[in-house]
Design a binder for this molecule. Structure first.
Ligand SMILES: Cc1cc2nc3c(=O)[nH]c(=O)nc-3n(C[C@H](O)[C@H](O)[C@H](O)COP(=O)(O)OP(=O)(O)OC[C@H]3O[C@@H](n4cnc5c(N)ncnc54)[C@H](O)[C@@H]3O)c2cc1C
Length: 399
């Protein structure tokens, strides 16, 4: 393992940090910056996005030929953590979910024509995208083999019927990646497709109300009633739907962790400022050992999370799928985000529970981390399976 940062990654760390401080964090305190779902409103977003592009901080995950920065996964870990020091950060740099994961997988597996048509407009910030896989009961959730949405071949096109839900960003997106059942083969029964919002045969049934602030476009329930997709818009081979999903999630799960670490760090910044000023029983709160234990424990968990993310990022950069490392990081960082924000709220007293800081926003948001991109229990099940299969090799450092 070599976690040495390239000079380029270090430069972006400083630039993103300065940009977030100057251009994004001030927006958090202005009510007019928020849309109806607790995210940055379109007007302020477009203004900051223009500044981010001008500052050379646009689409860090995409190659320069597409207008991105071409950062490797370790470089992204540094960039994304700084970007999400603000609750509005990642979308301002075009590295928020779900576009981030969708762009990454399309760049990896799309044909040249698919990339030109479906990927480039997302990179350019002209359209948003959604990844459409999970279904309501009794369909596919943690277990993708339960998929009920079908795509049936008719000549050179596929006809889709079924129901999906929790498609993040689906309301108002233009480009969609859909995973549907194309055969009963238990391992090769799913296939991934691309479709455009203007194609007939599908609709957004509802934007599902949730407990936390929402990504742009919300989390939607979709109905497919005869959507026709040309075979040319199939991703990879017939039966490769799970492969496409794994390729997408391998990096997308980790980039979620990178962003969550930024939020966790910010929550401690807010708490530190408060306890460094606030006094009780004759001393500053920050001087009290029991307060230091809370802060130190949360800081320790965040740093463990950073090391886990870097380890997985380094492996991904070596061409490894890093399945164990990504699962371990995902479980740990999801818990850490919740713990850090909870600690920060506690240390800020009543102010922490108010809307005078972004802590309550983060707290409501944090609860999704243990569900999205695979429930923590499922990741632990996967880890147990690896352990039972590999025995002592489970602990190998790997090259
Ligand atoms: C905010 C948010 C955004 C999302 N965005 C998207 C998206 O963009 N696209 C998309 O397709 N999906 C999305 N999802 C769906 C997400 O991927 C699923 O919620 C997740 O895979 C779990 O599936 P499920 O909700 O059907 O839970 P279920 O499969 O019904 O499981 C329920 C619970 O049972 C337990 N459980 C299940 N299986 C096991 C097991 N093997 N071992 C132990 N315990 C188990 C877990 O505690 C789990 O939380 C999103 C979800 C959320 C909350």
């Amino acid at each position: 393992m070599d976690f040495t940062l390239s000079p380029q990654a270090e430069e972006y760390r400083n630039k993103v940090r300065a940009f977030v401080d100057a251009e994004i964090i001030p927006l958090e305190a202005v009510r007019a910056s928020y849309d109806d779902h607790g995210n940055i409103a379109e007007g302020p977003l477009e203004a900051v996005r223009a500044k981010a592009r001008a500052a050379g901080l646009w689409a860090p995950q995409m190659p320069p030929a597409r207008g991105g920065l071409g950062l490797d996964v370790m470089g992204r870990a540094v960039f994304y953590e700084e970007a999400n020091r603000s609750i509005f950060g990642p979308v301002c740099f075009n590295c928020s979910a779900p576009d981030d994961g969708n762009m990454t997988v399309l760049e990896k597996v799309g044909t040249d024509k698919q990339k030109e048509e479906f990927l480039q407009p997302i990179v350019d910030g002209k359209v948003r995208s959604a990844f459409v896989m999970t279904e309501p009961h009794p369909g596919a959730g943690s277990d993708p083999t339960m998929m009920l949405t079908t795509a049936k071949r008719q000549g050179d096109k596929w006809v889709v019927h079924g129901r999906k839900w929790f498609s993040t960003g689906a309301d108002g997106a233009a480009h969609y990646i859909l995973v549907a059942k194309t055969s009963d083969d238990p391992r090769k029964g799913l296939t991934a497709f691309l479709f455009h919002k203007d194609q007939p045969g599908w609709r957004v049934v509802r934007r599902i109300p949730i407990m936390g602030p929402e990504e742009h476009g919300g989390h939607c329930e979709l109905e497919f009633d005869g959507l026709e997709i040309p075979d040319a818009n199939r991703l990879m081979e017939i039966g490769d739907g799970l492969k496409v999903t794994q390729i997408r999630l391998g990096t997308a799960r980790l980039t979620h962790c990178m962003r969550w670490l930024g939020l966790a760090k910010r929550s401690l910044e807010i708490a530190s400022a408060y306890i460094s000023e606030r006094e009780g029983f004759g001393i500053k709160l920050a001087e009290r050992e029991s307060v230091q234990l809370l802060l130190g424990d949360a800081a320790k968990e965040i740093h463990i999370g950073r090391l886990l993310v870097m380890n997985a990022a380094w492996k991904l950069d070596q061409g490894d799928f890093a399945r164990k490392e990504v699962s371990i990081a995902k479980v740990h960082v999801a818990d850490t985000l919740h713990k850090a924000v909870d600690t920060a709220i506690q240390l800020c007293g009543a102010r922490g529970y108010s809307q005078d800081t972004v802590l309550e926003w983060m707290y409501r948001y944090a609860r999704q981390a243990r569900l999205v991109d695979g429930a923590s229990e499922v990741h632990k099940m996967v880890l147990a399976r690896y352990y039972l299969k590999e025995g002592s090799d489970f602990w190998s450092w790997g090259a």
